[in-house]
Design a protein around this ligand. Structure first.
Ligand code: DC
Length: 240
């Protein structure tokens, strides 16, 4: 492919198939894939481990802010995973960041302006050379408002909860109910869409993909077609 590489921003709600679509697209087109939710989860895991979130859920913000600059979050290859996964201070934390404990504390952490600033800077550095598919909540609106391709992914909340439950059960969390998962998703949606800094919203120039009633293979095809359409459009506008 002789085309210049672009930035693909994939935003949307949690557990709507966004990450697996984005990962598949990156693999198929030879781009780097970055899961920015993992980075917010990484900061949350760090805060929990260091006792910076009290049992009552209060975040010790001043201490978290002062310790953030020494925190190393990187994506590195790891046996058993087909894409680079998050490492916290050099140690793979892919499994730990997917726990319900992290999930239930991540939204308030992601609402803190200094956490967003810290991670946004790192994400912008990762995309400097383009050729990247980045998924998150604010990629097309705040991290890369100039991205050549923006996708906003949605799905019905119950369908999302069922998918998330299946994932959690596959990882051995047998005791969690559909209602618990649905409630956690809805709480996160509310916080993510109502926070003052970089709330989750559809960029005006984003293509909307609704994943409620399509298979994974169909999702991947939709995104691939959208990517090819953007490239064709860019080639056309270059020719003038
Ligand atoms: O995609 P995820 O469920 O792993 O994201 C975890 C949390 O991080 C979620 O509550 C939203 C937040 N997040 C964010 O605020 N901005 C991003 N770019 C990515 C995730």
């Amino acid at each position: 492919m002789t085309d210049k590489k672009i930035i693909v921003a994939v935003d949307g709600y949690s557990s709507c198939g966004k990450s697996s679509m984005a990962r598949a697209l990156a693999k198929n087109i030879g781009y780097i894939y970055v899961d920015t939710g993992a980075m917010y989860r990484g900061v949350t895991l760090f805060a929990l481990r260091e006792g910076l979130i009290t049992p009552a859920g209060e975040i010790l913000e001043a201490e978290l802010e002062s310790r953030l600059s020494s925190l190393s979050l990187t994506f590195a290859t790891q046996e058993g995973y087909d894409v680079p996964v998050l490492h916290l201070d050099g140690v793979c934390v892919e499994q730990d960041i997917r726990s319900m404990q992290v999930a239930s504390h991540v939204s308030p952490i992601a609402a803190l302006p200094f956490v967003r600033e810290f991670l946004t800077r790192q994400q912008q550095a990762l995309g400097r050379a383009k050729g990247i598919v980045m998924d998150g909540r604010d990629i097309g609106t705040a991290v890369f408002p100039e991205a050549e391709m923006k996708v906003f992914v949605t799905a019905d909340p119950r369908v999302r909860a069922e998918r998330r439950l299946a994932e959690l059960r596959a990882k051995g969390n047998g005791e969690i109910s559909l209602e618990d998962v649905l409630q956690n998703l809805q709480e996160r949606d509310y916080i993510d869409t109502h926070r003052p800094v970089a709330p989750l919203r559809q960029a005006e120039d984003a293509v909307v993909l609704d994943n409620s009633h399509v298979s994974i293979a169909e999702q991947d095809l939709m995104l691939r077609f959208a990517f090819e359409a953007v490239l064709a459009h860019l080639r056309g506008s270059q020719r003038g």
